[in-house]
Write a protein that binds this ligand. Structure first.
Ligand code: NIG
Ligand code: FE
Length: 430
C-alpha cells in the first residue's frame, strides 16, 4: 500500500541530520520544503521531497492532496498524567478565589483528591474515563504521548494505573510510553511518617512495576502490530518539591530504579529550586521537567548535559501565574528543550500542543520554529522514541498532520481553535 501526500504548501520535516535531539541554531531549522510531498509505504515514510520530484519517481494507490496546507510531523506530548478519575472543578474555583496549588495539596486536596477518585474507580472505569482524553489529544494532533501513574500512591492502585495505560495502548491509535510516578505525593496513610511512603515505593511498588514490565515485554508479540511494547521504554519519575520529595529522597529512588534497569525523569523546580537539576543530570536522567524557577547556574549544568529540559507552560497559564520557565535562557545556553502539555486535572487540564506552543511563543519568547521542533523531534527523544517518531524522515513511522493553513506559524498565531485538519497515524487517516 503506497500513499502519496502531495502539493503541501509547506512540508515541515523537523529532520535532525545527526539523529540527535536539536539544540542551538538547529532549533530554528524546520527542514521546510516548499510544495512538498511525502511517500508512505506500509505505515512508514518511504520518501520526502518536492511534489515534482516525488510524482516523477513514485506511483501510489492513494493520493492525498494537501494544496494550500501545511504537512508536519504528529506532535509528541512527552509529559502527561492522562489516566485519572474524576475532576478538580471545585479546586479550580477555590484557586480563582486565592487558594494556591501547594496550599490545596498540603490541606489534603490536589493530587491526593485525584488519588481518592482514582483509587475508588475500577480498572474499567479508569479506562472509560481516560479513553476520551486520548481521542481529544489525537484530534489536536498528538500522535504519541507519555502517560504517568501517580494517582494510585500504593502498589495495588499504581499497578491498576499501569494496566489501564497498557490496555489503552493496545486499543488506541496513539503510541504511549508509560512512566511510573509512585513518588508523586504522600498518601494520607503515610502522612505521619513521610519516609515510610518512599520506602513503600522502593521496596514494594518498584519490584511490582519491574514484574509488570517483564510481563509486557514477554507479551511483546501481541503488541508489536500496534505499539511495539518490546522496544518502548518505561521511566521512573518523582515530584521533587518542598513538602513532597527531597533531592535525597529522589536519589534513593533513582538508585533503586537503576537497579531494575529503568530510566529516570523528574519533576523539578516547579515552585522551589532545590538543586534537582544537578542531581538528575549527575544520575543521567533522560529529562527534567517544569524548570520554572531553575537558577542560571543550574541552567548552565543542564546546557552542558544530554538531559532534556521539558517545559510545561500550560501549568503557569492555568495557575494564573505571570512567571514562566526561562526557556529562552535555556535555549540560548545550548540546552535541549522540549515542550509538553502536562495534561492533568489540577495544574494543566490542557490537551493541545498547539496551545502550549502559542503560550511558549508569547511568554517565553521562543520562535514558532523552536516551539515546533520542541514539540516533535525533541519531545520524541525525551521519551526514547527519537529514532521512530517526531520527524518526517525516511524509515520513520508515518505519523503525519495536515494543518488547515498555508504557513506553519498559524499553528502558534491562532489560538482557541484547532487547525489540525487530518491526522495520519502509521500511514492511516484516523
Ligand atoms: O506536573 N506537580 C506535580 N504533578 C503534576 C500535577 C498533578 C496534579 O495536580 O494532579 C504536575 O504539575
Ligand atoms: Fe507533571
Amino acid at each position: 500500500m503506497t500513499t502519496i501526500i502531495h502539493n503541501a504548501k509547506q512540508l515541515i520535516t523537523c529532520a535532525s541530520p545527526d539523529g540527535k535531539p536539536k539544540r542551538g541554531a538547529a532549533m530554528r531549522d524546520l527542514g521546510l520544503i516548499e510544495d512538498g510531498a511525502l511517500v508512505i509505504e506500509d505505515g512508514s515514510i518511504a520518501a520526502v521531497g518536492t511534489t515534482a520530484d516525488i510524482l516523477a519517481t513514485y506511483s501510489a494507490n492513494e493520493l492525498i492532496d494537501a494544496a494550500g496546507k501545511v504537512v508536519c510531523p504528529g506532535f509528541v506530548d512527552c509529559h502527561t498524567h492522562a489516566v485519572y478519575a474524576g475532576d478538580r472543578l471545585d479546586e479550580f474555583e477555590q484557586r480563582i478565589q486565592g487558594a494556591t496549588y501547594m496550599e490545596l495539596l498540603a490541606a489534603g486536596g490536589g493530587i491526593v483528591s485525584t488519588m481518592q477518585a482514582t483509587r475508588a474507580a475500577s480498572l474499567s472505569e479508569l479506562i472509560d474515563q481516560s479513553l476520551p482524553r486520548l481521542d481529544t489529544m489525537l484530534r489536536h494532533g498528538t500522535t504519541t504521548a507519555e502517560i504517568k501513574t501517580g494517582y494510585g500512591l500504593n502498589t495495588f492502585h499504581e499497578l491498576k494505573q499501569l494496566r489501564a495505560i497498557e490496555m489503552l495502548a493496545a486499543s488506541h491509535p496513539l503510541d504511549i510510553v508509560p512512566t511510573f510516578l509512585g513518588a508523586h505525593a504522600i498518601p494520607p496513610e503515610h502522612r505521619a511518617v513521610h519516609d515510610a511512603y518512599l520506602e513503600h515505593v522502593i521496596v514494594d511498588s518498584l519490584p511490582a512495576v519491574a514484574d509488570w514490565i517483564r510481563r509486557i515485554r514477554d507479551a511483546g508479540a501481541r503488541f508489536t502490530s500496534r505499539s511495539a511494547w518490546g522496544g518502548v521504554p518505561v521511566y521512573v519519575d518523582v515530584f521533587v518539591e518542598d513538602g513532597v520529595f527531597s533531592v535525597d529522597n529522589a536519589q534513593l529512588l533513582w538508585a533503586a530504579a537503576r537497579h531494575y534497569g529503568l530510566q529516570i525523569k523528574a519533576h523539578v523546580d516547579e515552585f522551589t529550586a532545590l538543586g534537582g537539576v544537578s542531581a538528575a543530570v549527575e544520575i543521567g536522567a533522560v529529562s527534567v521537567d517544569h524548570l520554572d524557577v531553575t537558577t542560571d547556574a543550574e541552567i548552565a549544568v543542564l546546557a552542558a548535559s544530554d538531559t532534556i529540559g521539558v517545559i510545561l507552560p500550560a501549568v503557569n497559564f492555568n495557575l494564573g501565574s505571570p512567571h514562566y520557565a526561562n526557556a529562552r535562557g535555556m535555549l540560548d545556553a545550548g540546552a535541549i528543550v522540549a515542550l509538553a502539555t502536562d495534561l492533568n486535572p489540577g495544574s494543566a487540564p490542557c490537551y493541545s500542543m498547539p496551545f502550549v506552543m502559542a503560550i511558549a511563543c508569547r511568554y517565553q519568547k521562543l520562535s514558532p520554529a523552536e516551539t515546533l521542533n520542541a514539540s516533535t523531534i525533541n519531545a520524541a527523544h525525551a521519551i526514547g522514541l527519537g529514532d521512530r517518531v517526531g520527524s518526517l524522515e525516511v524509515g520513520k513511522q508515518a505519523d503525519v498532520l495536515i494543518v488547515d493553513a498555508p504557513d506553519y506559524r498559524a499553528l502558534m498565531y491562532e489560538f482557541g481553535t484547532n487547525l489540525v485538519h487530518t491526522v495520519i497515524k502509521r500511514g492511516e487517516v484516523v
